[in-house]
Design a protein around this ligand. Structure first.
Ligand code: SF4
Length: 717
């Protein structure tokens, strides 16, 4: 690596551009004064690189990301759990033999679907693609899904339903710079992806930044002094709020009738469904003043007319049992205003995980094949059989979405042998205690990770795999832009790529198709697999990405790619977007009234600036851990006073699923009926001990934002 490596951050979907150079070498880029000094000694220096998403900026996670590459807690040999529960190193040959025997024994006794695979939204496109192929052709199981089910599944389902395709942002992120109005729904980018905030600055300065969040998050606070405002609805009432704003758009004549007539279908049914959601009624449901509901509609309409209005949604409104319908209500609002596909306006959803977009396109999902194809579609199955050179009958049908897959662990007809790649379900999955029980009931658990994550601790076999800067690959960022990840460092001896692992196991399991362990060769196969699909990568190759060319899918061979979707039509056969009437579900309606559970509070889980996902990586970065070492429950001072809870005191947060013990942090950023707990921490601080494994019937998205909990003083354990 004589001249450093241009690559992208290993964490979130903004995929900030960075350059890696050998640490402390002459000519290596010094970190700007704003960059924190890492307490670890990295082998690579990180410098921000100019790129449209980050314009040279990085957040604390990005600046410190290289410190994990040679972390002394890293797993560098296959580790087998002994009868005493202690993991001991074994050779790769032994590991491969054990896995092969476990798969064959399990499937002989219980059938092919007794083996399952759980993937991750941080895997490269190559790994995500090969994992889907590995599950279906080498393991011959339908039971594969991934942790993106917990992130983007409801927004993806809504996008597919309305537009016929799901790409997080259907436009380049810099389009937002010139917007005069941006409605942010349940997204706290100021903490989760700070460099993104520069794209909100224009709208904020124009007085047009409106943030919907039950909590006064850093992003909500950013509206202050700019003339924008913050809507703070009762948790679980986002859908009603969006219906109220849509009602105003229709009843005040603010809708773009020409756009609706020429570019959409379903308008009449939608109008009827909105009649019952007049602003004063919505105020009584959501707690948001009717005046602000009207003002939101009017500002959006004004922005749309003057050519710069966007609606962006995030996990806050999507991680609900009615998440697909809530995202649909946001899309309906955007369509009423004529935003999607219009110049300088649009609707988008902000993907969270690093490859959350690419991770859901290439076959990790239980119901999809590469190219974003439905696994039940005969044409899609025939296409993939041809690419894989197998008989179509060898491709299994749909499996189980993530929550149901985890609930099946150890059950009759459930999964008894599980592979986990790039996920830490013991911390990140809802009802985490039940998930750990499921992991412990397995006959054989294989976990691929860099560290002994809380899931790896439960594994029979832990396999050490390469980190982001140790191999080549591609990721697809939140704009649907395909990016190169480059190798800057040789992995430690004993560490292997998941591509290598899958290729070796496929051979040992007599898979009926070839498996390469070379990233570029796998990408070439992915191109063929995706050709003709919604997420078509067939015109993209490593050489053009290395030249820095922008590559937005769909990018059919011979085309120039598609930075902006929907300008000439939507992806449905008639070219129109579909307006789908939606109303709050019974379960969501129950949460309108907190009196349903006297004394209880609504628990919202979420993220902190310093940590990423389950914290497996960022909790091991000394500086980040020093800054945010533990979970803290945000609770309103009045709510705390009613329970005799003082700031910094330990509290017990409990419900029928379990209990969390952590310190309280008194904060008037949360409502009096709500508490907030970050989900990055394990053990007694694990917020997902409290979340419910109930799921959205359309997408399989779990409920992460409105669990009912009781809070009291606790004695630390
Ligand atoms: Fe990395 Fe996201 Fe931070 Fe950018 S915003 S440096 S991609 S974690």
């Amino acid at each position: 690596m004589p001249n450093g490596a241009d690559t992208h951050c290993p964490y979130c979907a903004l995929q900030c551009a960075m350059t890696l150079t050998p640490a402390n070498q002459p000519g290596s880029a010094p970190a700007p004064a704003a960059a924190p000094a890492s307490l670890a000694v990295p082998v690579l220096d990180v410098s921000g690189r100019d790129f449209p998403t980050n314009r040279g900026g990085l957040c604390r996670k990005g600046w410190t990301s290289a410190s994990l590459l040679r972390h002394n807690g890293r797993v560098t040999e296959p580790m087998l759990k002994g009868s005493d529960g202690v993991h001991q190193p074994i050779s790769w040959d032994q590991a491969l033999m054990l896995i092969t025997a476990a798969v064959k024994d399990t499937q002989k006794q219980y059938g092919m679907d007794a083996v399952g695979v759980f993937g991750g939204g941080g895997l490269t496109n190559e790994k995500a693609y090969l994992l889907g192929k590995f599950a279906r052709l080498a393991l011959r199981t339908s039971r594969i899904d991934y942790n993106g089910r917990f992130c983007m599944s409801s927004a993806a389902a809504a996008g597919n339903r309305a537009f016929g395709v799901d790409r997080g942002l259907p436009f380049p992120v810099q389009d937002l710079d010139s917007a005069s109005v941006i409605l942010m729904l349940g997204s706290n980018v100021a903490e989760t992806m700070p460099p993104f905030v520069q794209h909100l600055q224009g709208a904020r300065d124009a007085g047009g930044l409106i943030v919907v969040d039950p909590r006064r998050s850093a992003t909500a606070a950013f509206t202050a002094d700019g003339g924008g405002f913050h809507l703070q609805p009762t948790p679980g009432t986002d859908l009603a709020l969006l219906l109220g704003i849509s009602h105003v758009v229709v009843h005040e004549g603010l809708a773009d009738t020409e756009y609706l007539r020429t570019r959409t279908s379903g308008y009449d049914a939608l109008i009827r469904s909105l009649n019952a959601f007049w602003p004063e009624r919505v105020q009584s449901i959501t707690g948001v003043p009717a005046t602000l509901i009207r003002e939101t509609a009017r500002r959006l309409a004004h922005g749309a007319r003057t050519g710069g209005a966007y609606i962006l949604s995030g996990r806050g409104v999507e991680q609900h049992v009615d998440g697909t319908d809530t995202a649909t209500a946001a899309i309906n609002l955007s369509l009423l205003l004529g935003l999607p596909g219009s110049a300088r306006s649009g609707y988008g959803t902000l993907t969270g995980q690093g490859n959350g977009q690419g991770g859901r396109e290439h076959g990790q999902k239980s119901d999809q094949l590469p190219g974003y194809r439905k696994i039940t579609d005969p044409a899609a199955r025939a296409h993939m059989a041809k690419v894989w050179n197998v008989d179509e009958s060898l491709i299994p049908g749909p499996g189980l979405p993530a929550v149901q897959l985890l609930q099946s662990l150890g059950q009759p007809d459930g999964v008894r042998c599980l592979f986990v790649h790039g996920a830490n379900v013991a911390v990140s999955a809802p009802d985490a205690s039940a998930v750990v029980d499921g992991l412990r009931s397995l006959d054989f658990l294989v976990v691929c990770d860099f560290f002994m994550s809380e899931t790896a601790v439960e594994a029979d076999l832990v396999l050490p795999v390469t980190q982001w800067a140790e191999e080549e690959g591609t990721l697809t960022n939140l704009e649907g832009r395909v990016l190169r990840r480059r190798k800057a460092l040789t992995p430690p001896p004993g560490v292997r790529s998941e591509l290598w692992l899958m290729a070796r196991l496929a051979e040992l399991l007599d898979a009926p198709s070839t498996f390469s362990d070379d990233p570029e060769t796998v990408f070439e196969e992915l191109r063929l697999a995706s050709a003709g699909g919604l997420a078509d990568y067939s015109g993209i190759d490593y050489a053009m990405l290395d030249r820095g060319e922008a590559a937005y899918w769909p990018y059919p061979a011979g085309s120039q790619g598609t930075p902006r979707l929907f300008a000439d039509g939507f992806a449905h056969a008639d070219g129109r977007a579909v307006l789908v009437p939606v109303t709050p579900s019974k379960r969501a309606r129950r949460s309108f009234a907190n009196a349903a559970a006297p004394g209880s509070l609504a628990l919202a889980t979420g993220r902190l600036l310093e940590h990423y996902q389950s914290g497996t990586q960022t909790r091991r970065v000394a500086e980040l851990a020093a800054s945010q070492p533990e979970a803290r429950l945000l609770i309103h001072p009045a709510t705390a006073a009613a329970r005799n809870i003082a700031d910094g005191e330990f509290v017990a947060v409990s419900n029928e699923r379990g209990e969390v013990v952590c310190r309280a942090e008194l904060s008037n950023t949360v409502r009096t009926d709500t508490v907030f707990l970050p989900f990055h921490f394990p053990g007694q601080e694990n917020a997902n001990r409290l979340t419910e494994a109930a799921t959205d019937p359309i997408s399989g998205m779990p409920e992460f934002k409105t669990s009912r909990v009781w809070v009291r003083q606790a004695i630390p354990v």
